[in-house]
Each structure stands twice: as C-alpha cells, then as structure tokens.
Ligand binder design. Structure first.
Ligand code: XMP
Length: 317
C-alpha cells in the first residue's frame, strides 16, 4: 500500500544516490507541486538545491513577499527575482491572449536562464511535474513541448540542456498534497487554489498595464479574503476576479461615475477539464460586491459569472 511516509523515504534515498554532490536549480511558483518537489530535493541535497522564485508582476496581491517568506522559513535556499518591469514591458501593446501568454513564457525563460547562470557548475533542472502532466505533454508533443514552443529563436536556453530531475512524476495531485502534509509544508501552500502561470495577465481582458494589475489585485484580494473568512475557500476548486474592459455608469455621492466592471468567478471541479459555477451564498456575494465597490478606485460594478465548462472555460482568456 502506498503511504506518503514510505514514498518520502525511498524518494529521498533515491535522490541522494542519483544526485550525489551535484547542484540543482528549480523554479518555484508558489503552487503545491513546485513547493513539494523543492522540499523533497532540499531534504536530499540541502544547499545544493538552488530555488528561483520570479515575481512576474502578475501574481496576487502581496503573494510574492508572503510566499517568499514562507519558503525562507522552510529553510529553502531561494532567490526571489523582481522582474515585474520586464514582464510589463513585454506585455505593452499586446491584447491577443495567445500573444500575451507567449510573451510571458518568453520573458520567464530569459529571467530564469539569467538566474540559473549565476549558479556555478549546475548539473540538473528540478521540476514539480506530476503524473497527469507527464501523460498530457507526451500525448501532445513530447515532454517540455510547451515551454520549448515559447522559446522560438536562438535555440534552447542553457538551463533546458540540463538533466531533468522530477521527484513527483509518478504522483497524482492528492498524493502530492499528502506528501506535502507529511513533510510539514504550510497548509496555506498545500490548500491553495490552482493559479495559471500567466497569472492576472489572462484575467485582465485585453492589454495589461501595471495600473490595471493594481486594481485587479485589490478586488481579487477582497474576494479571496472573504471566501476564506466566510469558510467557503476550501469548498471552491478555483476562484478569482476578472477585470473587464467595459465601463459603465454609476453614482457615488452626488457624482456620476464611469468606471470598469469586475467579474467574480468561482468553480467546482475535479481536474479543471469540466467545471460548474459555485452557488455562493447571496449574503457573501453582497458583502464582497460592497467591499470592492467602496474600496477599489476604478471599479463601480461587480458581476458574477454563472457559466459552466463546457461550453465556457474557467478563465476568460
Ligand atoms: P480553462 O480556462 O482552460 O482553464 O478552463 C483550465 C485550468 O487551466 C488553467 N489555465 C492555465 N494554466 N497556463 C497555466 O499554467 C495557462 O496559460 C492557463 N490557462 C488556463 C486555469 O486557471 C484552470 O485551472
């Protein structure tokens, strides 16, 4: 019978044997998989694991700082890289969703490669790939096809020529969470909703600007904090706010306003392939709406997405 304890024991022993005194670089995302992979590798090879956590300026409000802090508390050897402006520059003028994704993927690879070069004699690239990712990428184009497709000119960056070590590639998501729990990882990291790699860029419809990011971060933070305080966060599979490129009329005191709309999305799902919209309690929705409209400058209207997947998708882009 599979237990997280025996998995941890054999995996750490295997990693020690495989890696010896070699150095490994690994990109942390703040998500469950990369965090669990990092802690396993850290227990096997300690300071020879070099973690890189990139602030792409598209994360949730205060997420970079708080997640970086918890990584440091876990004893990980981690470098936080503020690359916000590089991502904003690359996104300037882009409104097509796939062009936005490509730009973000390309800049991420450049930033990660720059950081990985600072580690002398690194031999391995650590990844938090889990079993479903393995099947998915092999069935489409072969492993790493997605990340490679982002890098269209000049050949592969150096870090992609490294040998790959993927300690979680036989596990399903619930097993990863159990391993993470046995390793003592912060429940806030383990229980976190999925969050897309391109982050808030695909929740700002059309062109992304730092100003829109700041507005969406405030609205999203109010939304997510209320889900937590209302005791529904763990019942929801994924939630987030979307910034719509639509303005509508409102009144504030005796003034007429003409500002943007934020849409709230919350879904129940098992794997993201299909999803139902969550029937959040009306009083909770009312509280969230009031708080957003009263506190977030630039938003005067909040709507709730009642579409299921299919035919809608979870994200709007
Ligand atoms: P959709 O919108 O396709 O989303 O129903 C299904 C799941 O995938 C996530 N998603 C992404 N994750 N890069 C990612 O890493 C992306 O470009 C991307 N697009 C969607 C989405 O958040 C949901 O969990």
């Amino acid at each position: 019978e599979w237990t997280s304890e025996s998995f941890i024991e054999t995996t750490i022993a295997g990693l020690k044997e495989k890696l010896g005194d070699d150095k490994v670089v690994l990109g942390l995302s703040g998500g469950v998989d990369s965090s669990v992979a990092a802690v396993l590798l850290h227990q096997a090879i300690g300071k020879n694991l070099y973690c890189i956590f990139v602030d792409n300026g598209l994360l949730r409000k205060d997420e970079f700082e708080s997640v970086l802090d918890s990584y440091k508390h876990m004893g990980l050897n981690v470098t936080g890289v503020d690359a916000k402006q590089r991502f904003y520059d690359a996104l300037e003028g882009l409104s097509d969703p796939e062009k936005k994704r490509k730009a973000i993927g390309r800049v991420f690879i450049e930033v990660f490669d720059d950081e990985a070069h600072k580690v002398q004699d690194v031999k391995w690239l650590g990844q938090g790939t889990i079993y479903p990712d393995v099947i998915e990428s092999v069935s489409v184009n072969g492993p790493s096809a997605t990340i490679k497709s982002h890098h269209n000119v000049g050949g592969l960056p150096d870090f992609m020529k490294l040998k790959v070590v993927e300690p979680l590639n036989t596990l399903f998501k619930d097993e990863v969470r159990r391993v993470g729990k046995s390793l003592g990882i912060d429940p806030n990291i383990l229980g976190r909703h999925p969050f897309p790699g391109p982050g808030l860029a695909i929740r700002i419809l059309g062109e992304v600007t730092p100003e829109k990011v700041a507005i969406l971060q405030q609205a999203d933070a109010i939304y997510i904090n209320n889900l937590r305080e209302g005791g529904v966060y763990d019942k929801v599979w994924q939630a987030g706010a979307i910034y719509l490129p639509v303005q509508s009329v409102g009144v504030m005191g005796d003034e007429r306003t003409y500002e943007n709309v934020v849409c709230l999305r919350a879904v129940e799902s098992l794997d993201g392939m299909t999803a139902d919209w969550c029937h959040l309690p009306y009083p909770l929705l009312a509280k969230i709406s009031n708080e957003i409209i009263n506190n977030v400058k630039g938003i005067n209207r909040v709507v709730y997405d009642i579409s299921s997947k299919p035919p809608a998708t979870i994200e709007w882009e």
